[in-house]
Design a protein around this ligand. Structure first.
Ligand code: TXA
Ligand code: MG
Length: 330
């Protein structure tokens, strides 16, 4: 997928010097975008309430949707959380650094702005040299949501961040490895997944056999995972999601609606009009990596017709995002 044009931006290569400058900006109360292995984050010093508030304004994010705090290692948890259970320790040992966010009881020193007034704080250690160097250089944990305007697909490339936030300093670390956000897990009570993500249920269940999956859509309005109730990942035109068995209906729809674009895995592309088809990739990991960029496509088209996937492994998360983005499911 080629980008059609470049935006004027403050995206700079993530050299050691740029990372040091970004760390100074964070310490001075500014917000800075940086790459992680999942998606780009829009960060502020987690202890700086005013800077955190600025993230919400910049994103247009509802104030009741808490942020994930990024640390450079488990030692940084001490300033943030009241206790770390044995289960949490085991999961951190196994999956950090990586796309696993854990929810802990928070210390009073964590501003309410970060946690949207919850008594818990979500924390993760990203598996990306630039993110880790930035946290280390800043010397503070970094509160960071995905660096997209609220409701837009998360950014998997510095150019996407620049598109949504023209003035913000972006450390450019190239395209992100996973292309989907971290998996959010709560461990109080029965361990459960609050948000599906880049770390699959299958992998997690090998470590936590009784782990509960996320609530189904429509049931996830609980205050436990506030972010899930909002419309997400939405492209700027209608998205029609077809179940994997409905390839024929999709082809008929595409034949009828000549202006529609089709999104599908490489293997299915032959069934659809080539000039209007965006290929998501040849395997599950590639589909995950390319999904958000495809949802941001600048190609002209009246609608996006997406051929869905069987919900296993990372494709379960891909389907979760597509269902949230969809205006219609066929
Ligand atoms: O991969 C990621 O997680 C990326 C990168 C930048 O780290 N970040 C990200 O943040 O996706 P955001 O803000 O787009 O999503 C954070 C999710 C939301 O669903 C939010 O409701 C949930 O984490 N969350 C944050 N704090 C929470 C808490 N204390 N309890 C339950 N859920 C929480
Ligand atoms: Mg987000």
């Amino acid at each position: 997928m080629k980008r059609k044009f470049t935006t004027l931006s403050r995206a700079v290569p993530a050299t050691p010097r740029a990372v040091a400058a970004a760390a100074r900006a964070l310490r001075a109360g500014q917000i800075v975008a940086f790459p992680t292995e999942t998606v780009y984050g829009l960060g502020a010093n987690a202890f700086d309430e005013a800077a955190v508030a600025r993230i919400f304004v910049a994103k247009g994010r509802p104030a009741d949707n808490p942020l994930i705090v990024h640390v450079d290692g488990p030692a940084m948890l001490h300033g943030l959380v009241r206790r770390v259970s044995r289960e949490a320790l085991e999961l951190m040992d196994r999956f950090w650094p990586g796309p696993l966010t854990l929810v802990f009881p928070k210390r009073p020193s964590v501003p309410d702005a970060v946690t949207a007034g919850l008594r818990t704080v979500a924390v993760r250690m990203p598996d990306h040299p630039v993110a880790l160097a930035l946290i280390r250089a800043a010397g503070v944990p970094i509160a960071a949501p995905s660096a997209n305007r609220s409701g837009r697909p998360s950014p998997t490339d510095a150019a996407h961040v620049a598109e949504d936030f023209p003035g913000v300093l972006v450390l450019d670390g190239g395209r992100t490895a996973h292309g989907l956000e971290s998996t959010v897990v709560a461990l109080d009570g029965t361990p459960r997944v609050l948000r599906l993500g880049a770390l699959t249920l299958e992998e997690l269940r090998r470590a936590v056999p009784g782990l509960r999956g996320p609530r189904r859509h429509g049931q996830d309005r609980s205050p436990e995972s506030p972010g899930l109730k909002y419309r997400h990942y939405a492209p700027t035109r209608p998205l029609v999601l077809f179940r994997p068995s409905r390839a024929r209906e999709l082809a008929e729809w595409a034949a009828r609606e000549k202006g529609a674009l089709v999104l599908c895995a490489d293997a299915s592309a032959a069934h659809f009009p080539p000039r209007r088809t965006i290929r998501l990739g040849g395997d599950a990991a590639a589909v995950a990596r390319n999904l958000y960029e495809a949802l941001r496509t600048r190609k002209r088209g009246t609608a996006l017709l997406v051929l869905g996937f069987r919900k296993v492994g990372i494709l379960r998360t891909v389907m979760d995002r597509l269902e949230r983005a969809a205006t219609t499911v066929v």
